[in-house]
Design a protein around this ligand. Structure first.
Ligand code: NAD
Ligand code: DAU
Length: 339
């Protein structure tokens, strides 16, 4: 099987590539990634000399680049996206470009080259739900430019299945966590800030609820959908680990033996969804279920960031620093230095 993975230098994509190469000896993978601030070749250092792995730096919005690369591939798995909600609020343009237009370019490449297509979408397309869980048939009501751009991308993907009969599959996963996640996201930001004795900026009252899934469980679910899913269908993916942000923060601090005084309640994210929750019966019917216990996986994730300090210090001290300063410190009136 020859996979064209886009966005494979990011968090989930890099975990997916490592997982696929480890699991299937006959797999080969092309990783097409633009290496934005979120893309990091260090994430796949351990496989870069594997003869089954090829890295191509490039933009999914370029049809001249994408179409020849897709030739001969069995499937395109599209992870490439602008993925951070906060950045979509301060600058939506790149989200519309990559998450919507880029998806269209990839779909055209798949259509011309007879490739299967997996669109990695998100549970955020449904918007917030106060009780119960969303089904794949629920109405889409995205709240942020990020989630709206993801909804746009997946709707175009679905239309290619309906119109051209293309083998398209769509996954809508909940919040992932694990190794190699960019330290702009809640769990790695709070782990690394706590290690450095810096403030943990919790938005609003910290009572927003997310359903956390360990990244390898999501990778396994995507493979289950690719191998056993019905063409043209959408699959929710989640592990049923619903916690408030305050609870998750407490677990991180307790694992690191750091004081609760590091928590700083700051101004809320505009349009902040209160709770995400997806019903996962459909993907479970394919025989998939999460195999990582949340508390244990969180413990291991904390250990990974402790043991891989050079990995995240490089990111936090590079071009990310300016963004990090204005968003997490100046914006919230926090001191940058250790508390
Ligand atoms: P990420 O931000 O860590 O990685 C995104 C990758 O895409 C980066 O390597 C970046 O360089 C690349 N990229 C961005 N624009 C590109 C372009 N125009 N052309 C080529 N490459 C480009 O994101 P992630 O957290 O790994 O998420 C991966 C996918 O999964 C995204 O589509 C996201 O919407 C979706 N998703 C993420 C989560 C989550 O919790 N992280 C949950 C559900 C769905
Ligand atoms: O639900 C799936 C989505 O999960 C993915 O589609 C997105 O790509 C991914 O980024 C993630 O979106 P969230 O907005 O839920 O993730 P984030 O880590 O940014 O925030 C998680 C929660 O923590 C959210 O309620 C906002 C809050 N938060 C986040 C940050 C970065 C804080 O309270 N403080 C922070 O500094």
């Amino acid at each position: 099987m020859k996979y064209l993975v886009t966005g494979g230098a990011g968090f989930i994509g890099s975990n997916f590539i490592r997982h696929v190469l480890g699991k299937y000896k006959d797999a080969s993978v092309i990783n097409l990634d633009k290496l934005t601030y979120a893309g990091n070749k260090d994430n796949l250092k351990d496989v870069e000399n594997d003869s089954r792995y090829t890295f191509i730096e490039g933009d999914i919005c370029s049809s001249e680049l994408v179409e020849p690369v897709a030739k001969g591939c069995d499937v395109i798995v599209n992870f490439a996206a602008e993925s951070h909600v906060d950045r979509s609020i301060s600058g939506p343009g790149s989200f519309i470009m990559t998450d919507v237009f880029g998806t269209y370019v990839l779909l055209e490449a798949a259509r011309k080259n007879d490739c299967g297509f997996v669109q990695v979408s998100t549970d955020e397309v449904y918007g917030s739900i106060s009780e119960g869980s969303f089904f794949e048939t629920s109405v889409l009501s995205p709240s942020s430019p990020y989630s709206a751009s993801k909804a746009g991308g997946e709707l175009i993907a679905k239309s290619y299945s309906e119109t051209y009969g293309m083998p398209v599959l769509i996954t809508r996963s909940s919040n992932n966590f694990g190794p190699f996640q960019h330290p702009e996201k809640l769990i790695p930001l709070f782990i690394t800030n706590a290690i450095e004795n810096k403030a943990l900026p919790l938005y609003g009252d910290g009572l927003q609820v997310r359903d956390w899934i360990y990244v390898i469980d999501n990778c396994e679910a995507i493979l289950a959908v690719m191998e056993k899913g019905r063409t043209g269908e959408i699959y929710n993916i989640g592990a049923g680990n619903e916690f408030t942000n305050l609870e998750v923060t407490g677990m991180i601090l307790s694992e690191l033996k750091k004081p609760k005084s590091l928590i700083k309640l700051v101004k809320d994210r505009p349009g902040h969804d209160k709770r995400y929750s997806v019903d996962t019966s459909k993907v479970r019917e394919l025989g998939w279920k999460p195999s990582h216990d949340f508390r244990r996986a969180l413990k291991e994730t904390v250990a990974w960031y402790r043991n891989n300090r050079a990995w995240w210090e490089k990111i936090k001290s590079g071009e990310f620093l300016e963004y990090y300063r204005s968003h997490y410190y100046e914006k919230h009136g926090l001191k940058e230095a250790s508390q």
